[in-house]
Design a protein around this ligand. Structure first.
Ligand code: PRP
Length: 183
């Protein structure tokens, strides 16, 4: 285990199992799009990249991948409430079935910003899947097609999740030692 990690919350095996289940659920939900052009999976960079790379390989449908980069907070351990677009989609989603894939829902601000913005582009449908749903007081409610895990309100890193851009490459999700971000 990485020395900055207090304990492992979700092991590599648990993540892999849950991502497989989420992929199966998405496959079932959008089965009727299989004869058309399937779905568009939008990753919200950078955190969701690893989750989505695994998720799409568990979806048995035609699909396209596209990416948006949004930023809700910088190098701090808590959300500042700012959201801005750093990179927009490369393709049109008009008339398409869109699945937004997030690594984590924390304050809910990112998705509160993103969903109406994408709805204006007239997709056939928009759904959200999130690997982690954090239990946070005052969180903006977000309707999800599915979530991976209900996550305690701790500072979590790994499997795409960072602190100050570090730890994204850990194969598990762990709780960061407070002394790392309280320095
Ligand atoms: C994280 C995460 C989500 C967002 C969730 O992104 O990837 O997109 O915060 O937080 P919210 O529910 O409070 O809006 P971050 O802005 O840290 O960027 P990153 O994906 O590059 O790590």
């Amino acid at each position: 285990m990485h020395p900055d990690v207090k304990n492992i919350l979700y092991s590599e095996e648990e993540l892999s199992q849950r991502v497989r289940e989420m992929g199966a659920l998405i496959t079932e939900r959008f089965a009727d799009t299989a004869n058309d052009n399937g779905i568009v999976v939008i990753s919200v960079l950078r955190g969701a990249a690893i989750f989505v790379a695994d998720l799409v390989r568990c979806i048995d449908l035609p699909l396209e991948m596209d990416y948006m980069a949004l930023s809700s907070y910088g190098n701090e351990a808590t959300s500042s409430g700012r959201v801005r677009i750093e990179k927009d989609l490369s393709t049109s989603i008009e008339g398409r079935h869109v699945v937004i894939a997030e690594d984590i829902i924390d304050s809910g601000q990112t998705l509160q910003y993103l969903i109406p913005l994408l709805k204006k582009r007239n997709p056939a449908s928009i759904d959200v899947v999130a690997l982690l749903h954090k239990e946070v007081e005052g969180q903006i409610p977000v309707d999800c097609l599915c979530t991976g895990f209900e996550c305690p309100n701790e500072f979590v890193v790994g499997y795409g999740l960072d602190y100050a851009q570090k730890y994204r490459n850990l194969p598990y999700i762990g709780i960061l030692k407070p002394e790392v971000y309280q320095k």
